[in-house]
Design a protein around this ligand. Structure first.
Ligand code: AMP
Ligand code: GLY
Length: 426
């Protein structure tokens, strides 16, 4: 079948690679893709948030499955429009995507479903929000309600930081996204992502993964889209795993009770607190860079899984995973997540991929005159598989050394804490 994937990051390169490897796929289009997807599929120019344009493209090119990578088109309702036209879509409609598009919506749903999460209050006026922050004191977490490209969350250790964050939100720093503010209890503990495929009824959890959100080693510096990741997460106990699965199942069941038919990926971001796993956030899509360690470990045909979700028959599919561990290191442009230069030639990708179990996913790259050049903040995701955690880590870092571009920067401590065990977080 012909398939259209929306998105242009490392996540989409990983999705497209698995789709292209499936015997079920024929023509695979990516809007707008990157230098990596250009090598294995057809990149097309299309406004991913314009549902009518996406639908027209699907009709013109006999697309039978639309896969939506990023959150913005989901929140914009692109899935609804295309699904109504009778085309299979992997990704929830606008109502379900509110889980990610509105933190208040997702917190209210968690309360209704009895899902453990940080205690919170939400505000639509600055004075009440300021008064609440003054009353509770630091540490405290301030979140813009809507989408803010990962920048709308401030974990404030000082009261002044929290008050500034409230002012920023109501002052318009995040546009409409900040006109409602969620203020939360600050939790501590290791983080763990658990994503699940779902067709709105059945929930099929993937393997666990752990992202590294801060820009600098030792979890210092500003939050980023993610600097590295590994899967599975060795410190998670069976009890914690069961609690996370329960949270995802309850979420889908509660959506269903509300008449929301959610088909795609439900991403749970959890903090493993002393009182058990608590939800930090939900996303309505695959994680980036989590996907770059999850999909290489998935044995089941991804197209089969996606079509089963879209057609609400996921109960018929059994997910199988390979036993190998996976570690992925993000190579970024110096300056990211602030400003950075781009257009630098990248060398050594083929050499790095020549090692067994190494896959280099493109994120912010472009093809120019037959060369691959940097074209974003997160440039490449170097994933390696290994029989154990340590060998996967070593293979990933050995591959990282083979790749070169001006402004290349990366964290050298991806997975370091996991290697030390749980006490590394105490
Ligand atoms: P979010 O986008 O809501 O996942 O927030 C981004 C990051 O901020 C999370 O991955 C956590 O590291 C941190 N964070 C969010 N909420 C809290 C919280 N209630 N307590 C402590 N850290 C948090
Ligand atoms: N890795 C975090 C995210 O995808 O939101």
């Amino acid at each position: 079948m012909n398939i259209l994937v929306l998105g242009s990051g490392g996540r989409e390169h990983a999705i497209v690679r698995s789709i292209v490897n499936s015997p079920k796929s024929e023509k695979v289009f990516v809007a707008s893709g990157n230098g990596g997807t250009a090598q294995i599929a057809t990149n097309v120019k299309l406004d991913q948030n314009d549902g009518a344009a996406v639908l027209q493209f699907c009709k013109d090119n006999d697309v039978e499955l639309l896969v939506i990578g990023p959150e913005a088109p989901l929140v914009a309702g692109v899935a609804d429009l295309v699904r109504e036209a009778g085309i299979d879509v992997f990704g929830p409609g606008a109502q379900g995507a509110q889980l990610e598009g509105s933190k208040r919506f997702s917190k209210e749903l968690m309360m209704q479903a009895g899902i453990p999460t940080a205690t919170y209050e939400s505000f639509t006026d600055e004075a009440s929000a300021m008064a609440y922050v003054e009353k509770v004191g630091a540490p405290i977490v301030v979140k813009a309600d809507g989408l803010a490209a990962g920048k709308g969350v401030v974990v404030a250790s000082e009261l002044s930081e929290a008050l500034d964050a409230v002012k920023d939100c109501f002052g318009g720093k995040f546009g409409e996204s900040g006109s409602t503010v969620v203020i939360e209890e600050c939790m501590t503990g290791p983080e763990c992502s658990l994503l699940a495929f779902t067709d709105g009824i059945t929930v099929a959890p993937m393997a666990t993964a752990q992202d590294h959100k801060r820009a600098l080693e030792g979890d210092k510096g500003p939050n980023t889209g993610g600097m590295g990741v590994y899967s599975p997460v060795p410190i998670v106990t069976d009890e914690e795993h069961a609690a996370m699965v329960d949270a995802l199942e309850r979420t889908v069941a509660t959506l269903r009770e509300r008449g929301i038919d959610y088909r795609g990926v439900l991403y749970g971001g959890f903090m493993l607190t002393k009182d058990g796993p608590k939800v930090l956030e939900f996303n309505a899509r695959f994680g980036d860079p989590e996907t770059q360690v999850l999909l290489p470990r998935l044995k089941t045909d991804l197209v089969d899984v996606m079509v089963a979700c879209a057609q609400q028959r996921l109960a018929d599919v059994e997910l199988e995973w390979i036993d190998d561990w996976a570690v992925s290191v993000v190579l970024a442009s110096a300056g990211y997540p602030g400003s950075y230069d781009k257009g630098f030639e990248i060398t050594g990708i083929e050499d790095a991929q020549a090692s067994e179990g190494v896959i280099v996913y493109h994120a912010g790259t472009a093809e120019r005159d037959g060369k691959i050049v940097t074209n974003g903040g997160r440039v490449l995701n170097v994933t390696a598989l290994g029989k154990d955690f340590q060998s996967a880590r070593e293979a990933a870092y050995a591959a990282v050394e083979k790749i070169d571009f001006s402004s290349k920067t990366y964290r050298r401590d991806i997975g370091a804490k996991a290697a030390q065990g749980r006490q590394a977080w105490e």
